[in-house]
Structures are given as structure tokens and as C-alpha cells.
Design a protein around this ligand. Structure first.
Ligand code: ZN
Length: 189
């Protein structure tokens, strides 16, 4: 499973690619770009809230890769956030924002799917609660070794995190290029 480094970079890239235009007046303002990219990064990391019980117990993997890494949870979380947002600020939460929320939170599962997994339970329950079967993809990316969040800074994770950083930046470059193609103008943010 990938670390917050890759999830965060990918989320910021996706948020950037899908920002701007009449559908998202919130994001048309350059002033808000930083906060917007941060929100994109945080949303892309959202399924990893299942680290929290493990953080409290001192062993990160206690409840990791359970229900929050399922399609049903992604849909619920995206719709939940969208409905809440709509109640507070209807103008910002149109259909495009719902699509963006689904893509951002869903990106987490896509990235975890192509990342190796060294700790049981292997893979994640994509079809939960309809099936407990766990899925895991082709392991294109290495997994970081972790029993605690502090392990992110440990020497043996440097190579993995370096690869994630490179992959994340490459993905962001792709997002920026895609956006340029779509909007046919410089920065739309
Ligand atoms: Zn995850």
C-alpha cells in the first residue's frame, strides 16, 4: 500500500487538473489554489483514516485496509462530503465537484491496488460489505515498511518514498499537461 506521499501528490495533481471553469467558481481564484491543492491531497489520503485506531495503539496496521478501502465507502464518503458541502455552500458543490470528490477519494484505491503489500491482511476488500474477498493488483510500486507513522522517515523507506515522490511528480506533470490540453490556456486556477 502506498504512503501519504504518493496519495497526496496524486490528489493535488488531480485537483489541479479538474479545477477551474464555470462549474467550480471556488477554484477559479488563484488565491485559493494552495488550500485547494491541500484539500485534494487530503481527500486522496482519506481512506487511510483507518490508520487512526492503529496510531492510538502504537501499531499502524491494526485496522488498516478494511472497510474504508472499499468502493461502497468511497461512494458514501464522496456523497456525504458533497451533501454536507451543498448544505453549507450550494454554489460550490455542483455536479463537477461531486465528480471531483469521487475521483479524488477513488484515486486512493487505484494507487493502493498497483502497490505491493507486505503485511497481512494482503490487499483490500473492494466489494465490502457485499464480499470479504480481498483484491490486490500488479505491485508496480514498492510498499513502504511501517509499524508507525514515524517509519516514513526511516532510512530503509527512503528508496520507496523516493520512488513514490518521483511517480507522484510525474503524475502531477501529466495532470498539468492534460489540463493544458483541455483548457487551451495557461493555468486555469
Ligand atoms: Zn490506503
Amino acid at each position: 500500500m502506498a504512503s501519504p506521499v504518493l496519495h497526496g501528490l496524486a490528489g493535488a495533481g488531480l485537483a489541479y487538473a479538474m479545477a477551474g471553469g464555470k462549474g467550480l467558481p471556488l477554484f477559479a481564484s488563484g488565491r485559493k489554489t494552495g488550500g485547494y491543492l491541500l484539500a485534494g491531497a487530503a481527500l486522496a489520503c482519506l481512506p487511510d483514516v483507518d490508520y487512526l485506531p492503529g496510531l492510538l495503539r502504537g501499531y499502524l496496521n491494526t485496522t488498516h485496509q478494511q472497510a474504508t478501502h472499499s468502493l461502497a465507502w468511497v461512494l458514501l464518503a464522496a456523497f456525504g462530503i458533497w451533501l454536507l458541502g451543498r448544505a453549507v455552500q450550494p454554489a460550490w458543490f455542483g455536479k463537477r465537484t461531486l465528480a471531483l470528490l469521487l475521483v479524488l477519494i477513488g484515486s486512493h484505491l487505484a494507487i493502493d491496488w498497483v502497490t505491493a503489500d507486505h503485511f497481512a491482511p494482503y490487499g483490500f476488500p473492494l466489494w465490502f460489505p457485499f464480499s470479504e474477498a480481498r483484491t490486490l493488483g500488479p505491485a508496480w510500486l514498492p510498499a513502504w515498511e511501517k509499524t508507525a507513522l514515524a517509519d516514513l522517515a526511516r532510512g530503509n523507506n527512503l528508496r520507496t518514498l523516493g520512488i513514490e515522490f518521483g511517480a507522484g511528480l510525474a503524475f502531477e506533470a501529466g495532470c498539468a499537461a492534460a489540463k493544458r490540453g483541455w483548457t487551451r490556456r495557461g493555468s486555469a486556477l
